[in-house]
Design a binder for this molecule. Structure first.
Ligand SMILES: [Zn+2]
Length: 112
C-alpha cells in the first residue's frame, strides 16, 4: 500500500468514524497554527528559510468536512512502517503553540 493509499484510509482529522476516502475523493492537507512534536507529516516551505527550523503541524480532512468547515480536532502524524508510512492522529490539545508562526512574517504571500 502506498503512502497516499495509507493516508486515504486514515481517519479524518475533523470527524470521527470515517476515513478520508469515505468523505470524498481528495486528500486535503491543512496547515495548523500548532507546532508538531514529530518530524513527519509537518509543513516547511523551501522559499521560507524560517520554516526549516519551525515546521508546522498539519491536519488531513476529507472533502465533506472541508466543505462543511467542520472543526479540526486532530493533527496527522506519520512514522516509517515497513517501507511505507503509518499515519496516526494527535489531538490538537496535545500540541504546543509554535515558537514562530512564519506565515505571519510574509503578509504579502497569500497562504491558502
Ligand atoms: Zn471528514
Amino acid at each position: 500500500m502506498t503512502s497516499q493509499e495509507q493516508l486515504f484510509n486514515s481517519p479524518c482529522c475533523a470527524g470521527d468514524g470515517h476515513t478520508i476516502r469515505q468523505g470524498g475523493s481528495h486528500i486535503n492537507i491543512i496547515t495548523l497554527r500548532k507546532a508538531p512534536t514529530w518530524p513527519y507529516l509537518a509543513l516547511s516551505n523551501f522559499l521560507v528559510p524560517e520554516s526549516k527550523h519551525h515546521p508546522l503541524a498539519c491536519a488531513v480532512v476529507c472533502d465533506s468536512c472541508l466543505i462543511a468547515k467542520k472543526e479540526i480536532k486532530y493533527a496527522m502524524a506519520g512514522v516509517d512502517n515497513n517501507g511505507g508510512v503509518r499515519y496516526y492522529r494527535v489531538p490538537l490539545i496535545e500540541l504546543r503553540e509554535p515558537e514562530l508562526y512564519w506565515p505571519d512574517y510574509y503578509p504579502g504571500i497569500r497562504w491558502r
